[in-house]
Design a binder for this molecule. Structure first.
Ligand SMILES: Nc1ncnc2c1ncn2[C@@H]1O[C@H](COP(=O)(O)OP(=O)(O)OP(=O)(O)O)[C@@H](O)[C@H]1O
Ligand SMILES: [Mg+2]
Length: 168
C-alpha cells in the first residue's frame, strides 16, 4: 500500500476502550460532520488472530444501529446489513486462498462510495483492494491492545483529525 497521509496511535486498555473507538468511528461514518454530508467509508482491520478486529467491527455496526446477532463473517466471507439508509458490508478474507476469488465473487461492486465497508484480513485479498479511507492495525499490548490508525484518503485524514485528542 502507498504511504499513509497521517497516522494516530491509541491504547485500548480493554474491550470497552475498543467499543468507545468503534462508537467514534460510527459517528464519523454517518458523515454528518462533513460539508456536504458524506456518509460511508472503507476501513481495513488488520492484526493477529484474536487481536480484536471482529470486536471492533461488531461494536461499530451496533453503534450504527444494527440489531440482533452480529455474526463474524469468517465463514461466509461477507455479512451485510441495512441500517438508517446505510449499506454496511463486513468482510473477513482470512479464508481467501486466491485473490482472483475477489473478482469472481463480484465483491468489487459492493465498494460503492456511500457504503460502510469493514474488511478484516484485507491483505488476503492481495492487491485487488483499493486503498481504504482508514487502516487500523490492532496489536497485543499487555492485557490490552494498541491501535495504529492510518489515513489513506482525504476523508480518512479528516476523520483522523477528529479522532486526535486536542494537544496540551
Ligand atoms: N482492547 C482490548 N483489550 C483486551 N481484550 C480485547 C480488546 N478488544 C478485544 N478484546 C478481546 O480480544 C478478543 C478478540 O477477538 P476477535 O474475534 O475480535 O479477534 P479478531 O481480530 O477478529 O480475530 P480473527 O482474526 O480470528 O478474526 C475477544 O476475546 C475480545 O474480548
Ligand atoms: Mg475476526
Amino acid at each position: 500500500m502507498t504511504c499513509p497521509f497521517a497516522t494516530l496511535e491509541s491504547m485500548l486498555a480493554d474491550e470497552s476502550a475498543t467499543a468507545a473507538l468503534a462508537e467514534r468511528l460510527a459517528h464519523l461514518l454517518r458523515g454528518h460532520d462533513t460539508l456536504p454530508p458524506s456518509p460511508g467509508g472503507r476501513i481495513h482491520l488488520r492484526g493477529d488472530l484474536g487481536a480484536g478486529k471482529t470486536t471492533l467491527a461488531r461494536a461499530l455496526l451496533r453503534a450504527l444501529g444494527v440489531q440482533g446477532r452480529i455474526k463474524s463473517p469468517s465463514y461466509a466471507l461477507l455479512e451485510s446489513y441495512n441500517v438508517s439508509n446505510l449499506h454496511c458490508y463486513h468482510f473477513d478474507f482470512y479464508r481467501f486462498s486466491d485473490a482472483q476469488e475477489w473478482q469472481d465473487a463480484g465483491f468489487r461492486e459492493l465498494l460503492d462510495e456511500n457504503a460502510v465497508v469493514l474488511i478484516e484480513w484485507p491483505e488476503q485479498a492481495g492487491t485487488q483492494l483499493p486503498p481504504p479511507d482508514l487502516d487500523i492495525l490492532l496489536e497485543y499490548a499487555g492485557t490490552g491492545r494498541r491501535a495504529s490508525i492510518a489515513a489513506y484518503s482525504d476523508k480518512g485524514r479528516l476523520w483522523l483529525k477528529q479522532l486526535t485528542p486536542p494537544g496540551p
